[in-house]
Design a protein around this ligand. Structure first.
Ligand SMILES: *[C@@H]1O[C@H](CO)[C@@H](O)[C@H](O)[C@H]1NC(C)=O
Ligand SMILES: *[C@@H]1O[C@H](CO)[C@@H](O)[C@H](O)[C@H]1NC(C)=O
Ligand SMILES: *[C@@H]1O[C@H](CO)[C@@H](O)[C@H](O)[C@H]1NC(C)=O
Ligand SMILES: *[C@@H]1O[C@H](CO)[C@@H](O)[C@H](O)[C@H]1NC(C)=O
Ligand SMILES: *[C@@H]1O[C@H](CO)[C@@H](O)[C@H](O)[C@H]1NC(C)=O
Ligand SMILES: *[C@@H]1O[C@H](CO)[C@@H](O)[C@H](O)[C@H]1NC(C)=O
Ligand SMILES: *[C@@H]1O[C@H](CO)[C@@H](O)[C@H](O)[C@H]1NC(C)=O
Ligand SMILES: *[C@@H]1O[C@H](CO)[C@@H](O)[C@H](O)[C@H]1NC(C)=O
Ligand SMILES: *[C@@H]1O[C@H](CO)[C@@H](O)[C@H](O)[C@H]1NC(C)=O
Length: 888
């Protein structure tokens, strides 16, 4: 076929919310200094600190937020002080139907905002779908999959009356493979994660709900994320773990996908449980004020993780906009905000413009996603705390008995796309002599492993999926959803074999090796299902406190594979896992003819794996992480023991940007299966790389001054004006915005009321402020997203069947501190047998930049830069130099 290199109209991969950059790990660490509003932690003077950034930037309607901003201003201008406070503060854990609800504004008929888990579907609900996990669909490398999945999940939440879906996840990024919640996010590569989060956010919000990108930031492990939770597991710590990081690693690795999410318009961002350089995620002015709202130009609102708020005024001034679930601790009945926020405005510690900005951001997100469109907002029609049709509206108070669950079926056609997405995300790792696909005519098929079958307790039999019984199709914790059904691999394989009246038998008990061997010896093909699970740190499964204790298989999976493959020379291994597992022996074992990684595929897991095994679909997924031969090969690991006496554990991110494939490449370690690897039932060939540099405007820093803060009201500071209404009957445990009594200190219930002394310099200053140099619009300086290079190459399908290839482009930024290569472009392309297609990547300026800590901005260094193109991070047959740019 005829191909035109660099032809106009070629299917270019758009430069949407793109990018990544690399860094030198030699920069001084401890760049941020500790904030001293509360001096909460220790007197250990060697601890890293986080610098102050005040005042909290007010939204300005930049990017495409102008209309939403105008509508929000008009709305907020009508509100009283307590009505504003109501929109910022949750009503308390288990007080309303959702996992989090704000107060309402009855005077205007404005209902409470409903926040609901999770990033893969609706938690605590029914008649909803269970989608593949984020870390699984990352393996599709397919922007359409991400968008469609986001839209479908958003539509389901919308159908239940949810305003904010608590997802997607790009923190954890996936620093350590054993980190418990990596599977909720996408990939330890920031570019891949950034592309996935941008599409997911846009899909979700197109469905008319607000996305909540989380957890900001460096929430990379479960151990020690919360002191109280850790105490429950026998650890004596008084404060959450501190992730200690340098500025360059922050920008070039962990912040990168958050920038993409902001650029894609995420309406909210959730701040995290952990500390960052010894300042809590929800109280860190450098990260919320300085970087998220300043540098990244975030226009939406920052919501706390559940009980991640540890102070009142300090969090308000540091940039938190909404507290969830609203009470200081679950069901404490008291709040850092609510009445306390009302008090802090009338006593002058929180300027009213700051409260106005909080509410304007919340309402702007509401308008930005079109929640005000006619018919879009529905009353919440389910209740998180019960699947019964009748029960208490206010569960914790046992109040408001009535119909709480309308049992609305919101699934539409989603089963179909869930199966398709799971198939597209399946990665074929090994396939000797066409072992796969199976014909379905095998004389005798044997199936092994607990992971093949059903959980005897049912698909939702373990609370928050906190067990590993039966096939693994999602991890555990809050990032889950109820299964409407769960088609196990064994069910699907039986359906397949029954169609042709063949023979299939199984041993699902992974410890019954004698029976397994006896059966395997008779089999023409032995399909062995194995898994490895992890989840959120409030649940421990088999001694794994969220984070995995090891990278080996669960449920006796390794012994099972060894025993089956010892007697069957056509053993096929299927892995359902939350992330990398050790497979090195199986890669080398000649009796193991195929290995498939299927991730956490959701409700259609069995049907999806059958589509791949029986060749109805040619696999095209690629690994979104590295599968190494040992956990020591990865650049970083989970901290399992606290290291700072009883004080906040100090987790030094001293590996810098060198995680996952960057670590393997730097040390030249051979992985078992590299990042970006995946086979097809056909083969591909790469040729003819060409690079074109574009003439672009020079990069110009964002300069000048902002407008002053806007204030949309001038509320009375008379405490008598904000008392509970005389005829009001409060619900137990419920958080309200009113004040109880005319003595402020007594009303606050806070022995330390009024004793905080001075506040950080500038924190109450609403005057025009200098703009942040690397900022300017949502996502940062718009010049970062100029397309500076177009790179094309040809990809040929050299086999005899159609197939999908994920073509990949990596950049070497040329500096001594840079990684050998970093992903900067990819496209999943369907190619007919014998056909050649053009792979096109448009590199943004940011894609070839490094973060310069001295000037606090991105720059293109003078180092010579190269690009590489091929089918995985270690199969890059094409390369070219990047010419230097000329500026218009
Ligand atoms: C925090 O510590 C600094 C330095 O020791 C001290 O000057 C400041 O008064 C302390 N702040 C509070 C609120 O205790
Ligand atoms: C201070 O913290 C560092 C980092 O965790 C630790 O190595 C050191 O022992 C601590 N010093 C004291 C006096 O606690
Ligand atoms: C605040 O929200 C609560 C719960 O929805 C509601 O009962 C109360 O009336 C609201 N207060 C105001 C001032 O609107
Ligand atoms: C106000 O906040 C303090 C903590 O700062 C808390 O102890 C107190 O209970 C809160 N008061 C109310 C009424 O929620
Ligand atoms: C189910 O899971 C629990 C918790 O992981 C475990 O203790 C139990 O043995 C499992 N049951 C079966 C039948 O596998
Ligand atoms: C790894 O952890 C899993 C789950 O707890 C356990 O079943 C397995 O035995 C562990 N592997 C090793 C080698 O200890
Ligand atoms: C397995 O062994 C049988 C019997 O020796 C042989 O016929 C068959 O070709 C072998 N299959 C593979 C995949 O090696
Ligand atoms: C926790 O550790 C601190 C400091 O080592 C010690 O003083 C305290 O007694 C310990 N508490 C418990 C409950 O072990
Ligand atoms: C103002 O009110 C807040 C919330 O109750 C309280 O934390 C703070 O100490 C008060 N400050 C003054 C100066 O009264």
């Amino acid at each position: 076929m005829r191909t035109q290199l660099l032809a106009a109209g070629a299917a270019a991969v758009a430069c949407v919310a793109n990018g990544a950059s690399i860094s030198e790990a030699s920069q001084p660490r401890h760049l941020f200094s500790r904030q001293s509003l509360s001096n909460a932690t220790t007197s250990n003077t060697t601890l890293p600190t986080s610098p102050p950034f005040y005042p909290s930037p007010w939204m300005d309607g930049s990017g495409d937020w102008g209309d939403a901003y105008e509508k929000a201003k008009a709305f907020v201008s009508q509100l009283t002080l307590v009505e504003k406070v109501n929109l910022t503060t949750g009503v308390g854990w288990e007080s309303e139907a959702c996992v989090g609800n704000t107060g309402s504004i009855p005077r205007l008929g404005f209902q409470s905002l409903c926040m609901q888990d999770s990033p893969l579907g609706i938690r605590f609900s029914d008649y909803n779908s269970a989608f593949p996990a984020g870390g699984t669909v990352a393996a599709s490398w397919d922007r359409q999959v991400w968008y469609d999945r986001g839209y479908a999940m958003g539509a389901e939440h919308n159908g239940k009356g949810v305003d904010v879906q608590l997802g997607p996840v790009v923190g954890p990024l996936g620093r350590a493979p054993a980190g418990g919640r990596g599977w909720e996010g996408f990939s330890p590569d920031p570019f891949l994660s950034g592309q996935a989060v941008a599409q997911t956010v846009q899909g979700m919000q197109k469905a008319g709900i607000i996305a909540c990108t989380k957890h900001y930031i460096l929430n990379e492990q479960e151990h020690f994320r919360q002191a109280g939770e850790s105490a429950g597991f026998g650890f004596n710590i008084t404060e959450s773990l501190s992730s200690n990081i340098d500025d360059k690693t922050l920008h070039e690795l962990y912040l990168w996908p958050f920038a993409d999410a902001v650029r894609a318009g995420t309406g909210s961002v959730m701040c995290s449980y952990n500390q960052i350089n010894n300042s809590y995620g929800c109280q860190n002015s450098h990260l919320m004020n300085g970087i998220l709202k300043g540098e990244l130009g975030f226009q939406g609102f920052v919501m706390s993780d559940w009980a991640a708020q540890h102070a009142g005024v300090a969090t308000t001034l540091a940039g938190l906009d909404m507290t969830m679930p609203g009470d200081t601790a679950f069901d404490s009945g008291v709040a850092y905000w609510g009445g306390n926020l009302t008090l802090s405005v009338i006593n002058g510690t929180v300027p009213e413009w700051r409260l106005d900005d909080m509410v304007t951001r919340i309402m702007a997100a509401y308008y930005y996603v079109g929640r005000d469109a006619p018919g879009n907002v529905k009353p919440v029609n389910f209740n998180s705390w019960s699947r019964d049709e009748y029960g208490y509206q206010h569960a914790i108070a046992k109040a408001g008995y009535g119909k709480i669950n309308e049992r609305v079926d919101v699934r539409r056609h989603h089963a179909k796309i869930i199966r398709d997405h799971a198939v597209r995300s399946t990665v074929l790792l090994k396939n000797v002599d066409g072992a796969l696909p199976l014909s379905g005519k095998e004389k005798m098929t044997a199936v092994f492993g607990d992971d093949a079958g059903d959980n005897t307790a049912g698909p939702n039999g373990c609370s928050d999926h906190g067990c590993d019984n039966g096939t693994l199709a999602m991890g555990w914790g809050s990032g889950t959803a109820s299964f409407p059904y769960l088609i196990s691999p064994l069910t699907a394989i039986q359906n397949e074999i029954a169609k042709v009246e063949g023979r299939v038998e199984w041993v699902t008990n992974g410890w019954d090796l004698t029976s397994a061997q006896a059966l395997a010896a008779q089999a023409e093909v032995a399909i062995t299902f194995v898994n490895a699970d992890s989840g959120e740190g409030f649940i421990s499964v088999d001694g794994n406190i969220g984070d995995r204790n090891n990278l080996t298989l669960w449920k006796n999976g390794d012994a099972l594979i060894r025993n089956v493959s010892a007697v069957c020379n056509n053993t096929i291994v299927v892995v359902h896992s939350v992330g990398p597992v050790i497979l090195d022996d199986y890669a080398k074992n000649p009796n193991i003819t195929a290995i498939v990684w299927a991730g956490l595929p959701g409700e259609q897991t069995g049907n999806a794996i059958a589509d791949i095994l029986y060749g109805r679909v040619n696999p095209g997924g690629k690994l979104p992480f590295t599968i190494g031969a040992s956990r020591e090969d990865y650049g970083a690991d989970v901290m399992y023991e606290p290291n700072n006496d009883a004080d906040a554990p100090q987790d030094q991110f001293s590996e810098g940007i060198f995680i996952d494939y960057r670590a393997f490449d730097r040390k030249n370690i051979q992985p078992t299966y590299e990042f970006g690897f995946g086979l097809s039932y056909t083969t591909f060939e790469y040729s003819h790389i060409q690079v074109a540099a574009h003439t672009v405007p020079a990069y110009t820093p964002n300069e000048g001054m902002t407008a002053p803060a806007m204030q949309y009201g001038n509320s009375s500071i008379n405490i008598e004006d904000w008392q509970y209404p005389a005829d009001f009957a409060p619900i137990n445990y419920y958080i309200y915005p009113w004040i109880n009594g005319s003595d402020a200190k007594t009303a606050s219930g806070d022995a330390n009321y009024g004793t905080e002394g001075s506040f950080p310099a500038g924190s109450q200053d609403g005057s025009a402020q200098p703009k942040v140099r690397a900022g300017g619009a949502p996502g940062g300086n718009p010049r970062l997203y100029d397309v500076v290079y177009t790179i094309v190459a040809l990809v040929k399908n050299t086999g005899s069947i159609p197939g999908d290839e994920v073509a990949q482009l990596y950049v070497n930024l040329g500096g001594l501190q840079d990684a050998p290569k970093i992903l900067r472009g990819f496209d999943r392309i369907t190619i007919a047998p014998g056909a050649t297609v053009q792979f096109t990547v448009q590199l943004c300026r940011r894609d070839v930049m490094n973060w310069n800590t001295a000037i606090q901005d991105w720059e293109i260094t003078a180092d010579p830069k190269k690009v590489y193109v091929g089918g995985s991070s270690r199969n890059l047959p094409l390369s070219a130099d990047l010419p230097s740019l000329s500026y218009a």
